[in-house]
Design a protein. Structure first.
Length: 260
């Protein structure tokens, strides 16, 4: 391969990030017939434009889980619906469950059975509003200051209120996953709220769309080995699945086709 111009290298790096979620400088240098120093310089320039996040030895793609819930609902809708269908059977009669703020959980809320004496607790106004259409499910809305980017309440008042519960199952929203750090969030208060939620939950379930794999968000809150139920598309990230299984968790597959 002949030497590429800087903009051609940048395009190649971004294409790899979009396809694989991460790049390693040593591998990219070999692919593009250049030096590691050149690739590291390229990564610094791309990171300055918020097009990637530098990590040791390379870079990760930024998480797509940004913007208000109304916008996120338009992304990967079919995949989120498939995840919700696969997760529905985790809910058992008489349980107290927590649905964390998040667009995927809105799909799950719409599928919850109305004849199983469920109690649903949520910090998301959109999920609570959905329950108005599903009588038969007792719904408790956690209060506090509404964060439009998170799509729910995650302040000190909200965190204090969940201390009054012991949840049989908590469906926890995630913004990004990286094998080295686990699941993370974009918002500091949101990550703190989720960590508090983990202490009140008997079982933890994560519904993970493909676009969050190998991506970056700044506030880690949940190692993969702490997850009791991972719901994802089959074969998308064997390392994540192994981390969950080694921690004693189970992996449930949606019927959404993988990327092959």
């Amino acid at each position: 391969m002949s030497k590429l111009l800087p903009n051609e290298r940048h395009d190649a790096i971004l294409a790899t990030l979009q396809r694989e979620g991460r790049v390693l400088a040593v591998e990219m240098a070999e692919r593009l017939n250049t030096t590691e120093a050149t690739i590291r310089r390229d990564l610094r320039q791309l990171a300055a434009q918020n097009l990637c996040k530098r990590i040791y030895g390379g870079a990760l793609a930024p998480t797509p889980a940004s913007g208000p819930v109304s916008e996120r609902l338009q992304l990967s809708g079919d995949e989120k619906q498939a995840l919700a269908l696969a997760a529905r059977d985790l809910v058992k009669p008489g349980q107290i469950i927590f649905l964390d703020a998040g667009s995927t959980h809105l799909y799950l809320a719409d599928l919850l059975p109305r004849d199983q004496r469920l109690t649903l607790v949520t910090n998301a106004l959109s999920i609570a509003g959905k329950m108005l259409e599903r009588p038969g499910i007792r719904t408790i809305l956690i209060g506090g200051e509404l964060d439009a980017d998170v799509g729910g309440c995650v302040d000190a008042k909200a965190a204090q209120e969940i201390d009054g519960f012991h949840f049989d199952m908590a469906f926890i929203g995630i913004c990004a996953y990286d094998p080295a750090s686990g699941f993370s969030a974009l918002n500091y208060q949101d990550a703190q709220f989720k960590q508090r939620l983990l202490t009140r939950s008997g079982s933890v379930a994560v519904l993970c769309t493909r676009d969050k794999l190998n991506t970056y968000a700044p506030y880690t809150f949940l190692p993969a080995g702490r997850v009791d139920y991972l719901v994802t598309a089959s074969g998308e990230h064997p390392q994540l699945e192994q981390q969950v299984i080694r921690g004693g968790g189970k992996v449930l597959y949606s019927d959404f086709p993988n990327g092959d």
